[in-house]
Every structure is written in structure tokens, then in C-alpha cells.
Design a protein around this ligand. Structure first.
Ligand SMILES: NC(=O)c1ccc[n+]([C@@H]2O[C@H](COP(=O)([O-])OP(=O)(O)OC[C@H]3O[C@@H](n4cnc5c(N)ncnc54)[C@H](OP(=O)(O)O)[C@@H]3O)[C@@H](O)[C@H]2O)c1
Length: 235
């Protein structure tokens, strides 16, 4: 049976690598919907994927600000109407703006929660209410959600919420045969990590391909046993 996947935060980093692996390696994922905000980089990444894609693969890219609830809801409904059932959802888009707690602006805390917590919830809720049947939901949290990090109050709090929310989704959706996996990667060499640690040498930490490989393993019908070093898995 062919499957359709939706990946948020698909313009770069872990999300883009995940789409690349789905397109090239998966035998049953034939349609991938990519969500990210409009940018030249996103357009270029999509164009490259479309050129490289094996015959029979469908890539649909949509410009969505997942932090805007109205925009997100419309985009999710439109994607469902266009491609039908979304079998695999990867809630990957993430935002952070690290500052000492005295300087956290409530508007920025709200933005962090909108992108990191409310968006994954809203996508799942909107699709379920549309009659969607998920086989797999992967929520990307962070080790910062397990142990809060100094200077990252809103990010750490949002990722702790993702871990907890994933547990509730796992319990409530099990009766529908939906598997809910929450991955908490450690330091990964992406743009988001550069925001958190500009001085760090990216070649000394985990690469986004590794996290994408873990995600791909869960999406594979036979992949259960994985080397998830540096990625905390809750399933
Ligand atoms: N890198 C790490 O060390 C690390 C560790 C643990 C967890 N994570 C998590 O891994 C996930 C992926 O991040 P990454 O490390 O791959 O970072 P990245 O390369 O900076 O990618 C972040 C992605 O999120 C998207 N995004 C951010 N705000 C958005 C918004 N308002 N609407 C739509 N898309 C938005 C970005 O797309 P546009 O900006 O193009 O819209 C981009 O595609 C995040 O959830 C992050 O918290 C990362």
C-alpha cells in the first residue's frame, strides 16, 4: 500500500533531510507534503528534490507559517483535500530565541509555544476531525525538554510540553492503530543550533542526517530496532 507523509519545517535541517530520505529510500511513501514559510532556500530545496526524485514520487510544497493558527488550519485542510489521508506526520518545525529569563518577552514565549506546541497539536486535531487515520506521528522534541537549559526558558518549556503531549497522543490514539513517537535529539548541526551556540564547530556534533535516519526507521514497515545514539526515543 502506498503512503503519504507530511513533514513540517521541511525547508532545511532535520526536516529537509527527512523528506530526502522518504523520497529516496522508502518503498511505500509515494507522496510527501512539505510545509515551511516562503523563502528562496525552500524553493531551491524543493526544486532539487523534484529533480532528484525517483519516478512515481510526488512532492507537494506549501508555504505555511505554522505559528499562525488560521493559516495552519487552512493549509492542513487544503493538503488533506488535495492528497487524501496523511499516513505519516512528522511534526518537526521548531523555533527558539534564547535569552536570560528576565528578558523573555511574552510575545516571544507565545510565538515559541505557537510553533513548537500548538502547531503539532492543531495539525493532529484538524486532521483527526477531518477523518484522517494516521499510522505514525513523530513529534520532534529536544533533550532541552528533558533537562531545562539555562538561557532557553521558553524553548525548554515548549519541548517539555511536546514530550508530555506526545504521551497523551500515544495513549489516546493507540485504539486507532496510530503509533506516536517522540524524539528528543541532542545537539544537531543545523541553523537552529547555530542560534543557540554560534561558537560551536558543527563538525563536532550530530548531523541532521542522523536524526532523519532515526525518523525514517520508524516510518519503515520493518524498522523497529534502531541505533538512536544521541536521540532520546519515547514510543
Ligand atoms: N538542532 C538541534 O540541536 C536540535 C536539537 C533538538 C531538537 N531540535 C528540533 O529539531 C527540529 C528541527 O530543527 P532543526 O535543528 O532542523 O533546525 P532548522 O534547520 O533551523 O530548521 C527549522 C525548521 O523549522 C521551520 N520553521 C521555523 N519556524 C517556522 C514557522 N513559524 N512556520 C513554519 N516553519 C517554521 C523552518 O522553516 P522556515 O524558517 O523556512 O519557515 C525550518 O524548516 C525543531 O523542532 C528543533 O527544535 C533541534
Amino acid at each position: 500500500m502506498t503512503k503519504t507523509a507530511l513533514v513540517t519545517g521541511a525547508s532545511r535541517g532535520i526536516g529537509l533531510e527527512t523528506v530526502r530520505r522518504f523520497i529516496h529510500n522508502s518503498e511505500d511513501i509515494t507522496t510527501v507534503v512539505m510545509f515551511a514559510r516562503a523563502s528562496e532556500d525552500f524553493d531551491a530545496a524543493v526544486a532539487t528534490l523534484q529533480e532528484e526524485a525517483p519516478v512515481g514520487r510526488r512532492i507537494i510544497a506549501r508555504n505555511v507559517d505554522v505559528g499562525d493558527r488560521g493559516d495552519l488550519k487552512k493549509a492542513v485542510k487544503a493538503a488533506y483535500d488535495e492528497v487524501g489521508n496523511i499516513d505519516i506526520l512528522v511534526n518537526n518545525a521548531g523555533y527558539t530565541n534564547p535569552v536570560p529569563l528576565q528578558q523573555v518577552k511574552m510575545s516571544d514565549f507565545e510565538k515559541t509555544m505557537n510553533v513548537n506546541v500548538y502547531a503539532p497539536f492543531l495539525i493532529v486535531k484538524t486532521l483527526l476531525n477531518r477523518g484522517n487515520e494516521f499510522s505514525l506521528i513523530v513529534n520532534i522534541a529536544s533533550t532541552a525538554g528533558i533537562n531545562g537549559r539555562s538561557g532557553w526558558l521558553s524553548y525548554s518549556a515548549s519541548k517539555a510540553a511536546v514530550i508530555n503531549m506526545s504521551q497523551v497522543m500515544r495513549e489516546e490514539l493507540a485504539i486507532y492503530g496510530t503509533r506516536v513517537v517522540c524524539l528528543s535529539p541532542g545537539r544537531t548541526a543545523t541553523a537552529l543550533r547555530r542560534t543557540l551556540a554560534p561558537e560551536e564547530d558543527p563538525s563536532t556534533i550530530m548531523q541532521p542526517e542522523h536524526v532523519a535516519k532515526v525518523i525514517e526507521t520508524f516510518a519503515s514497515p520493518i524498522g523497529r530496532f534502531i541505533d538512536s545514539e544521541n536521540v532520546v526515543v519515547r514510543q
